[in-house]
Ligand binder design. Structure first.
Ligand SMILES: [Zn+2]
Length: 100
């Protein structure tokens, strides 16, 4: 049996539902999202492997859109993997600067 999670609030949902019963996020519009958006949403996944894969790909993409999500992770946790990728991203960012 496959377990489905809402990409917005990460509660378990029924795979047949069109809308998350917890937060109202549209589950059917997932395929219409930009390439980066599902990865950015995955930064909040409760599954560590999902977070790490998203962080790695967003880092390789030099995703500026992902910076607020990375910043939130760093400010609320001690995730050194995120910190490394965030540092790499910030090298090319005009939006955020890392304190030395
Ligand atoms: Zn939800």
């Amino acid at each position: 049996m496959v377990t489905y999670f809402c990409l917005n609030c990460w509660n378990k949902v029924d795979g047949k539902d069109a809308v998350c019963s917890h937060c109202g996020f549209s589950l059917t519009e997932y395929s219409n999202l930009s390439y980066e958006k599902p990865l950015i949403l995955s930064l909040h996944s409760p599954i560590m492997n999902n977070r790490m894969i998203a962080i790695q790909i967003l880092g390789e993409l030099r995703s500026q859109e992902a910076l607020p999500g990375f910043k939130e992770i760093i400010e609320t946790g001690n995730d050194f993997y995120s910190l490394k990728e965030f540092y790499v991203l910030s090298q090319n960012s005009t939006v955020l600067k890392v304190k030395q």
